[in-house]
Write a protein of this length. Structure first.
Length: 335
């Protein structure tokens, strides 16, 4: 019940504020004789300019005498209307208008608000579920604030110790997740410096390098090659390596990487079709009939796949590379 009372109090205060603003604007906008005279003078000047234009058009032969007479009569009537003195009755109506309008607004706004709420509203929205939603929102905001404080703490940590690997890893992932790519690049560079075998950091650094400057594809490709030396199946490394190889004209290597990627997709799936299209384009560009033999060979079967086979579960469809042998690959579709 207390929430209903609070709701009603706030609703009344808001309506009073709106009505007050309407009334203030209406009464502050009463007619000012000096302002009205300025407006009339400006309108008369505009009509005079219009008359000069139609007279010039008549003299130039662009208006006939009949058309000129009609326009002249129209302008004369407008001048009379602008300069006609206001009657007392009209003046009284103008002065009375703000008060009448303010009174109408004071009645209409509450009536519409109450009627609309009675028709659509539901006080049950202020039950414990709504309170829980508010609490959840507050917790999310508090969590975001805590994360911001955590980032500041990590930044202070790497200032104190530039070799704090854990702090650099956490900072890199947080910067990358929030789109702060320039800072993420610095953080991943430090992660790779401190742990040269961190494939994920190496690949993310390569991806960010291209994102910040597409002209640095060679630099990104070099990072991808290092990552592939540690993990030949890494999806981003394969995609970046294939893109780099294609760009510098090494179509055979690009085809091998694309085939390795395609091999892990179920044949006919969206990912398989996307990689297959890039593989076909690479073979055509390099004048290749088939994909060269992949020196890496077949991807080792995972423990999960072995368990599914042993248990008679459904295993993945046979995966074939472009050369007809079992291939390997991962999702090539962007970040």
């Amino acid at each position: 019940m207390k929430y209903e009372v609070i709701f009603c109090v706030f609703a009344i205060l808001l309506m009073a504020a709106v009505i007050g603003l309407f009334a203030w604007r209406l009464f502050s906008g009463r007619s000012d004789p000096a302002r009205e005279w300025r407006r009339t003078a400006e309108n008369i000047e505009a009509l005079r300019d219009e008359y000069d234009r139609i007279r010039a058009a008549r003299d130039a032969g662009r208006l006939s005498e009949k058309e000129f007479a009609e326009r002249e009569e129209e302008l004369a009537l407008r001048v009379i209307d602008e300069t006609a003195p206001e009657t007392d009755e009209k003046h009284e109506m103008v002065e009375r208008f703000p008060a009448v309008t303010a009174a109408a607004v004071a009645v209409i706004i509450p009536a519409v608000a109450i009627g609309g709420y009675l028709w659509y509203g539901d006080f049950s929205a202020l039950d414990e579920r709504a309170i829980e939603q508010i609490r959840t929102t507050r917790e999310a905001a508090r969590s975001e604030k805590n994360m911001s404080e955590t980032v500041k703490s990590l930044e202070a940590a790497v200032v104190r110790d530039k070799d704090d690997l854990e702090a650099w890893e956490l900072l890199a992932d947080q910067y990358n997740a929030t789109g702060n790519l320039s800072q993420a690049q610095i953080a991943y560079e430090n992660v790779v410096r401190l742990n040269p075998k961190n494939v994920n950091a190496m690949v993310e650094l390569a991806d960010i390098t291209i994102g910040l400057d597409p002209s640095k594809l060679r630099e990104a490709e070099a990072l991808a090659e290092k990552a592939l030396a540690l993990d030949p199946w890494n999806q981003k490394a394969l995609m970046i390596g294939a893109a780099g190889a294609f760009d510098r004209g090494d179509y055979a290597l690009a085809a091998v990487y694309f085939a390795r990627l395609r091999g892990q997709f179920p044949e006919g799936s969206e990912g398989w079709r996307a990689i297959n299209g890039q593989l076909d384009m690479t073979l055509h560009a390099g004048g290749l009939k088939d994909v060269p033999l992949d020196p890496v060979g077949r991807k080792p079967e995972t423990d999960m796949a072995k368990m599914m086979k042993m248990g008679g579960g459904m295993s993945a469809a046979p995966e074939r590379g472009a050369d007809g042998t079992d291939g390997v690959g991962l999702n090539p579709l962007g970040r």
